[in-house]
Design a protein. Structure first.
Length: 498
């Protein structure tokens, strides 16, 4: 078959009056070829011949589909087809298998939009994003729950993506909607679905996730793997969130980002939907009446807590950082709840919430100043000052003006040990007369020696204080002891000598 170019040249050269012989010579083709293409009205057309492989596999397509459902490999399918009369090659079977799979994939990709009734279905999904917080990139996870009928959405975020975080996000979404839809369409993340064999219709859900669905009376349904269009109502809003809120966003704290996300949620729910021609909030007015009432579920039934012991300094250790709790809980066991990995809540044994704080970002080993330590330290300092003041006052009362001058000298020479010296000198009053100690103080003042040992050396030349006791104040054991004299009778008996 000639190319389109040569066919065009034949036509143009003939139109210019050139002979068949001249055309054939210039184009390097036979004269008969020139005549044949001049007789044709249209350009040359390529007609694909049916391959022999397609002819030999004809009639075996349904068998191949059946074997593929049984998950047989190509060589096994080839062997089974040969037993049923197939006479072609193995490569022809592989081409048929490829053609069957491509046809099935095209059929799967064909999607029809359908609308659910009010209160019938919800859809949930999450998306990973890198958020800039204080100039540093932080990986976060955006959670979204949407009512399929009204398209009303709820957004929140976490620093991790555990099953408890998924449950918490859905639960907060239900509280935001003020009710529960009958069905929840989800993806196949391990937080919710452990196993999904779509061809066999087998789905194994995560036990904790099923526990949550049971409490709220939700019928969970997992979409087919690698088929995000099944839950398109929740997929498309993520793109809008990404491009109209997240891209280029920088915040100073996660608390600030939480406010940005809440504001975006309200704006999104208020804008007119491009397909429905009304806002999700308007449609939600009709759907809200169809939602089931929220059941009362104790949070501890859904969210795990970990036990921690408060240190003697009033801190708990969580994820490599220390967090202060009231000092009255020192060395006691408390329960810690992690909220999305963003906040921690600490509860006493009685259930009282004693700490609710945002986690420390980008740091490990962080130990903030305990708010009670300053007051405690100040109280200790005040008690110490009071004790020392009383000690100085007592020293001056006992030794008068001499004691005052000696104290001033001690302050200059003894430094922080001044109170120890005062206490030791006052203890000498138990051994020596006050007048003698005062004399010793005067001698030390004249010599410029300010030390308790100097006082003690001088006191050795003075007699010790004579100790007197008041008999009335002495405590003697009771003398009211009575015993019969018979107990002594055996003592007087003589022991016989053998």
């Amino acid at each position: 078959m000639l190319s389109m170019y040569k066919w065009s040249k034949i036509k143009s050269m003939k139109a210019k009056g050139k002979s068949i012989r001249r055309i054939a010579k210039e184009l390097g083709i036979s004269r008969n070829t020139v005549r044949r293409y001049l007789r044709q009205e249209g350009p040359p057309r390529y007609e694909k011949k049916v391959k022999e492989s397609k002819q030999v596999t004809e009639g075996f397509e349904e068998k191949v589909k059946e074997f593929l459902k049984g998950e047989y490999i190509g060589t096994e399918i080839f062997a089974r087809l040969k037993a049923e009369g197939y006479r072609g090659s193995l490569s022809s079977i592989y081409r048929l298998i490829k053609a069957v799979k491509e046809a099935e994939e095209k059929e799967v990709k064909v999607t029809s939009r359908f609308e659910t009734a009010p209160g019938e279905q919800m859809q949930y999904d999450w998306k990973e994003w890198k958020l800039v917080v204080n100039g540093k990139k932080l990986k976060i996870y955006i959670h979204q729950l949407i009512l399929s009928y009204s398209r009303k959405k709820f957004f929140t975020f976490s620093l991790r993506i555990k099953t408890e975080d998924v449950i918490r996000a859905i639960r907060e979404g239900l509280e935001y909607f003020g009710g529960v839809a009958n069905e929840l369409l989800i993806d196949n993340g391990k937080q919710m679905v452990i196993l999904h064999k779509s061809k066999k219709g087998v789905v194994r859900f995560n036990d904790d996730f099923l526990n949550f669905c049971g409490y709220y009376g939700i019928d969970a349904k997992a979409c087919k793997p690698y088929r995000p269009r099944t839950k398109g109502k929740v997929e498309r809003p993520f793109y809008y969130l990404q491009e109209h809120c997240l891209r280029g966003l920088e915040v100073t704290s996660l608390e600030e980002f939480g406010k940005v996300l809440r504001d975006f949620t309200e704006r999104y729910n208020s804008r007119v939907h491009s397909t429905l021609r009304e806002s999700p909030n308007e449609r939600f007015k009709r759907e809200k009446e169809q939602l089931r009432q929220l059941p009362e579920v104790e949070p501890r039934e859904l969210f795990p807590m970990e036990s921690r012991q408060v240190s003697h300094e009033g801190y708990i250790n969580w994820a490599g950082n220390l967090y202060p709790v009231p000092m009255k809980y020192c060395l006691q066991d408390v329960m810690v709840e992690s909220v999305y990995g963003v906040r921690i809540r600490v509860y006493a044994k009685e259930g009282e919430l004693i700490l609710d704080k945002e986690v420390t970002l980008f740091e490990k080993g962080n130990k903030p100043i305990h708010p009670e330590h300053e007051a405690i330290n100040e109280g200790c300092k005040e008690r110490t000052r009071k004790i020392r003041s009383e000690r100085v006052k007592r020293f001056i009362e006992v030794f008068g003006d001499t004691g005052k001058k000696f104290y001033e000298g001690l302050k200059r020479t003894a430094g922080p040990n001044v109170y120890w010296h005062l206490d030791e000198i006052l203890s000498y009053c138990d051994l020596y007369e006050t007048e003698d100690i005062t004399k010793a103080l005067l001698e030390c003042l004249e010599a410029g020696s300010f030390h308790k040992d100097s006082i003690f050396r001088i006191l050795k030349k003075f007699p010790l204080k004579q100790q007197t006791y008041d008999v009335q104040e002495l405590a003697f054991p009771s003398s009211d002891i009575k015993r019969p004299l018979d107990v002594y009778a055996d003592i007087k008996k003589e022991v016989p000598v053998e």
